[in-house]
Design a protein around this ligand. Structure first.
Ligand SMILES: Nc1ncnc2c1ncn2[C@@H]1O[C@H](COP(=O)(O)OP(=O)(O)O)[C@@H](O)[C@H]1O
Ligand SMILES: [Mg+2]
Length: 368
């Protein structure tokens, strides 16, 4: 944990502690006020009882009731010829007592509620901070791994080139692997830079008229070597003629991330296929990337698009990735006026990622 985060956590814990103290103080205040009100009432009644005893004495010594009533205006004649407290005044005292106790109850409960809300907010923010810190930790572990393995592979390839001077097929295989490693590094750096620009609000999209089929075939061509190495078939079923209103780099990043993820998922299942198709849907075009790979728990579908989110713990797993891909996909699709959706029937049952992207005006998504 950095020094700044530790300091702000200490401040949060201190404020939380103060709130707990205030909570205890508010409960004490309610109980104390209610007890005090009852004590004051008890003393008033005691004083009236003393007055009644004094009035009885005066009456027994022959003082007229009118004179006694003048000295003790709250007393009335009792059944046994003595004096008692006026029942109307007793009711009045009761009502005043209940009113005060009720007021303390309401005011105290309101304070308690406000304090509890404060505690709730602090608790939520502490949890959020802990979750973010866990994800950043995982992200660093993943990014280091993401850089380390292609760099090691490139070093090995360069050493082989220098020492063995291969030719023909061996050279082609080696250079193919180098290109694949460089593509992987390039994609990671691209994702990190894009995420940084989004964070700072500097990423501006420049939409233009783009042919979907062209971007799809570029992305598939870039992924071909890797897919082949993992025994994954890339199937292009996107019809020509569909035109989108898109920033070409953003559309490319969306498709590249979805195809890379699908290839990884199919490769992790021991090979399979990744299928891309697209169809016009009103003023938008629906693009689908379907794979028969490892799939995911459908309850995770929404969370997969969160920044740095990857199911499971990075440190316990060596799978490549940084958790930025789908965050960028969602951002680019939504900023372009579309929406994206992830579905899977469950682990081991493949996945389908769909997004709806605005068609070019005039194209209406209807061109085939
Ligand atoms: N096609 C897919 N099949 C199964 N799981 C997927 C698929 N695409 C994405 N995921 C899950 O979503 C997570 C987040 O994806 P992403 O944001 O691209 O990050 P990364 O690929 O760097 O892990 C992946 O780690 C993976 O667990
Ligand atoms: Mg990814």
């Amino acid at each position: 944990m950095s020094a700044t985060r530790a300091a702000s956590r200490r401040v949060q814990v201190a404020i939380g502690g103060l709130l707990v103290l205030c909570l205890a103080q508010a409960v004490y205040w309610i109980v104390d006020q209610a007890t005090y009100t009852q004590e004051v009432d008890r003393r008033i009644l005691e004083r009236y009882a003393e007055q009644a005893r004094g009035a009885d004495l005066l009456l027994r010594h022959g003082v007229a009731w009118e004179a006694v009533a003048e000295v003790f205006p709250r007393l009335v004649p009792g059944g046994d010829g003595g004096a008692v407290l006026d029942p109307e005044h007793t009711d009045e005292l009761d009502r005043a007592r209940h009113h005060r106790i009720n007021r303390y109850g309401w005011e105290g409960s309101f304070f308690l509620l406000v304090l509890l809300c404060g505690l709730g907010v602090i608790d939520a923010s502490l949890r959020q901070r802990a979750e973010l810190s866990r994800r950043q930790h995982n992200f660093l572990a993943a990014v280091s791994h993401e850089f380390k393995s292609p760099l090691a592979s490139l070093r090995l390839a360069a050493e082989t080139l220098a020492l063995r001077k291969p030719a023909g097929e061996a050279l082609a295989a080696l250079s193919g692997r180098m290109v694949e490693d460089l593509t992987r590094l390039d994609a990671t750096v691209g994702n990190i830079l894009d995420a940084g620009e989004i964070e700072e609000g500097r990423l501006v999209l420049a939409p233009q008229d783009v042919a979907l089929a062209g971007v799809v075939s570029d992305v598939l061509a870039e992924s071909a070597t890797r897919a082949q190495a993992c025994d994954v078939d890339l199937v292009d079923e996107v019809p020509g003629g569909l035109r989108l209103r898109a920033d070409p780099a953003a559309l490319h990043a969306v498709l590249a991330n979805l195809v890379h993820n699908a290839t990884d998922a199919a490769a992790a299942a021991g090979g399979g296929s990744v299928r891309l198709c697209a169809t016009p849907d009103g003023r938008r075009v629906r693009v689908e990337v379907r794979d028969d790979g490892v799939g995911f728990d459908p309850r995770e579908a929404e969370r997969l698009f969160e920044k740095f989110y990857r199911p499971g713990d990075e440190l316990r797993r060596a799978k490549r990735g940084s958790g930025l891909g789908l965050f960028l996909v969602k951002h680019f699709v939504e900023q372009s006026g579309g929406r994206v959706q992830a579905t899977s029937d469950g682990p081991g049952r493949g996945a389908l990622f769909r997004f709806w992207w605005p068609a070019s005006p005039g194209d209406g998504g209807e061109t085939a």
